[in-house]
Design a protein around this ligand. Structure first.
Ligand SMILES: C[S@@+](CC[C@H](N)C(=O)[O-])C[C@H]1O[C@@H](n2cnc3c(N)ncnc32)[C@H](O)[C@@H]1O
Length: 338
């Protein structure tokens, strides 16, 4: 409601001329949702909020209504004819440490420059735009959805969440989801590679006077091997920013950190057409890296890591966490420790 008000105000003040036309929004509804918009307000809201056609398309494609009406769109993203991705396996600790250091430098830098946008890459969370307290509130509110998804996933798999007392969030960032986890679990550990993100998380937790969250930095690769034993582990939009050998290493450590019958729910992209990883190319800077790197670990490698640490795979969800892009897949894995 608040967003709508702001959007309308912006529009009626004529401070910004919308790039998206009324006609484009109308046809967005017809083409993606097979219906006309509810009312004029919703058209104006989209015109004010969305900056270009790509935003408009994503807005419809990411909506629950589109996904409900087009289940085959999600499931046919991969046909089964896709080729294997060329991913070099690395197990030498020295090489893993070099990769880890690179990721750490990059996230500390993002934490200094764009702590909120680096978590949710929407323009409204850029430093230039986020100073408004309402925008920060919107940012933190978005984490509530994760907790309802966790609870529904556990329920669907007949896991009684009240038996899970301790929780570890791996890659907690600025505490967007952590604060909501603290409402469900007795104790929540938030781990992150970036001191900069953790500092903001700490300020947020203190400002809310939340007493059951304990934040820690992963300063070196070996810290991942010393995580506390817990009943529940959660990690979303984190592993994808690490090269595949690091993803595999972390998944193993997460499963290791579970108490018997403990449960982990973590997300990782598992296929991307044309994705390759070679250590030499990567370190020499020849590999194409965005400011926020995106990586992939194939499902068979995820399964292997889970098996190696005595985890039982309960469910694999197609989550669309990386957006619905052509020939890309992201999955959330629900795993229970035997
Ligand atoms: C996109 S943000 C997501 C934060 C949080 N999961 C959320 O959804 O609000 C990714 C976070 O993962 C952290 N991260 C990336 N690689 C990591 C690693 N190898 N170990 C621990 N944290 C990591 C980053 O510092 C950053 O805070």
């Amino acid at each position: 409601m608040h967003n709508l008000f702001q959007a309308l105000k912006k529009f009626t003040n004529k401070q910004e001329v919308p790039v998206i036309s009324r006609e484009a929004v109308l046809w967005g509804y017809r083409l993606f949702l097979d219906r006309d918009p509810e009312d004029e307000k919703i058209i104006l809201e989209k015109m004010a909020r969305l900056k270009n056609r790509k935003d408009l398309r994503q807005d419809f494609i990411q909506s629950d209504e589109f996904k409900m009406k087009n289940p085959s769109y999600l499931s046919t993203a991969l046909s089964g004819n896709e080729p294997e991705m060329k991913i070099e396996e690395i197990s030498s600790e020295a090489e893993l440490q070099i990769l880890f250091k690179h990721i750490q430098d990059s996230w500390q830098h993002l934490g200094k420059t764009e702590p909120y946008w680096s978590v949710l890459t929407s323009d409204k969370f850029l430093q230039a735009n986020i100073q408004n307290t309402n925008t920060i509130a919107d940012f933190y509110e978005s984490g509530e959805h994760d907790v309802s998804r966790i609870l529904e996933t556990l329920e669907r798999n007949q896991i009684d969440f009240t038996l899970l007392k301790s929780c570890l969030e791996y890659g907690c960032g600025v505490g967007r989801i952590t604060q909501w986890l603290a409402k469900v679990f007795d104790i929540v550990y938030g781990y992150d590679i970036s001191q900069e993100h953790l500092q903001i998380a700490k300020q947020h937790v203190d400002s809310k006077n939340i007493q059951n969250i304990f934040l820690h930095q992963i300063e070196k690769l070996n810290d991942v091997e010393c995580l506390p034993k817990v009943d529940f582990i959660y990690s979303v939009i984190v592993l994808q920013h690490n090269p595949p050998p690091i993803i595999q290493f972390i998944i193993r450590q997460l499963i290791k950190a579970l108490n018997p019958n403990g449960v982990a729910l973590f997300q990782v992209p598992t296929y991307k057409l044309g994705y390759e990883f070679s250590l030499q190319e990567y370190l020499s800077g020849k590999a194409k890296r965005g400011e926020v790197e995106m990586h992939v670990l194939p499902q068979n490698q995820v399964f292997k890591a889970i098996r190696q640490e005595g985890g039982k795979l309960l469910e694999v969800i197609e989550d669309g966490c990386t957006g619905l892009r052509y020939k890309e897949m992201s999955n959330t894995f629900l795993v229970q420790k035997e």
